[in-house]
Design a protein around this ligand. Structure first.
Ligand SMILES: Nc1nc2c(c(=O)[nH]1)N[C@H]1C(S)=C(S)[C@@H](COP(=O)(O)O)O[C@H]1N2
Ligand SMILES: [Mo]
Length: 322
């Protein structure tokens, strides 16, 4: 148990984390470490922390554990630094094996990794063959429990929206970048869909109705270049996420402007949000302000905290695997 093999350390980042006073995230993938209890996991976290940072600035204490689906558990700890500052520690456990340890470091805490930092690049076999043909996920997905209503999340707070100033920028590697108002979106033609929605934490909701612009309409308008591999999404609250281009253009993906026949309410993303039914809910960014077509992977908010670059529900892609 004491022998920890750190396979790779990545530095990951998202602008949104700045609002949480985090300036660096160090994400270590570790080889096959079996853990049986929280004290076990704490010991492991401490070992990894020492090999990454050397001497620790304070004690490493337990904060909480939560299950993520049936397969994963996220254990949170803190390395206490004086004056109530701390470095956050997240250990991702799949089954009985710890697979990654992440450290969230505030700007005013002086602690530096001594290990070599690699650049995280998702495996490119994503782009070979197993692209979803449909956004509907049949039956009850593994590790999900159905509840009646979606839980509202606003990890960076609910932004104030002034519709007279709001536009959606669609840009990057495209022939014709555009900036769209809400009436512009309606003019592109909206469609109504009924979908099941799946949050990575394990809840799902059946039969939500959304109205919005199918992504095909947007793609026809801006004409992405052949080199595009990802769509990076930014929101007014500085939330962000990233979606493989193939999944973004799957049938049924919407830039939604209505839910249950009424404009989205403030909490659900007014004036516009993404609805990507076949990917876990964190990819369905609310209060969107910018879509950037790109050939480069880059973490969004949750991806920077270890969550999967793609997040397919049918494949249970909850956390990064390499
Ligand atoms: N801007 C923004 N978009 C977001 C989130 C968020 O915190 N901020 N949470 C995500 C997560 S984790 C989920 S499950 C869904 C939840 O959608 P709802 O709040 O409409 O139920 O929104 C996603 N989009
Ligand atoms: Mo979620």
């Amino acid at each position: 148990m004491c022998l920890v093999v750190i396979k790779k350390c990545y530095e990951t980042s998202s602008t949104g984390l700045g609002l949480k006073r985090v300036s660096r995230v160090i994400d270590c993938s570790i080889g096959d470490v079996e853990v049986f209890s929280v004290p076990n996991v704490r010991h492991l976290a401490e070992n990894v922390a020492r090999s990454v940072f050397g001497d620790l600035p304070g004690e490493l204490v337990f904060e909480s554990s939560e299950s993520v689906g049936y397969t994963h558990t996220l254990h949170k700890f803190r390395i206490l630094v004086k004056h109530s500052k701390y470095v956050g520690v997240r250990v991702v456990v799949r089954g009985k094996r710890a697979i990654r340890v992440l450290f969230t470091i505030p700007g005013d805490v002086n602690i530096r990794p001594r290990c070599r930092i690699a650049v995280y690049t998702p495996r490119l076999d994503f782009f070979r063959g197993d692209v979803a043909r449909t956004t509907s996920v049949d039956q009850q997905p593994r590790g999900q429990v159905y509840i009646d209503l979606p839980v509202v999340y606003a990890i960076l707070g609910v932004p104030r929206v002034d519709l007279s100033k709001w536009t959606l920028h669609i840009e990057g590697l495209v022939e014709k970048p555009v900036e769209l108002t809400l009436p512009d979106l309606y003019e592109l033609g909206v469609e109504r869909v009924r979908i099941d929605f799946h949050c990575v934490t394990g809840w799902s909701v059946r039969d939500l109705e959304f109205t919005g612009v199918p992504v095909e309409g947007v793609v026809r308008l801006v004409r992405p270049l052949n080199s595009v591999k990802w769509v990076y999404v930014e929101s007014l609250d500085r939330y962000s996420t990233i979606i493989p281009y193939e999944e973004f253009t799957a049938r049924g993906v919407l830039i939604a402007v209505e839910m249950n026949g009424k404009p989205l309410d403030t909490l659900h993303g007014y004036p516009a949000r993404l609805v990507v039914p076949h990917l876990y809910g964190w990819k369905s960014a609310k209060w969107i302000s910018r879509l950037v077509f790109t050939d480069n992977y880059r973490d969004g908010y949750w991806e920077a905290l270890g969550y999967h670059p793609r997040g397919r529900v049918d494949l249970e892609e909850r956390f990064k695997a390499n």
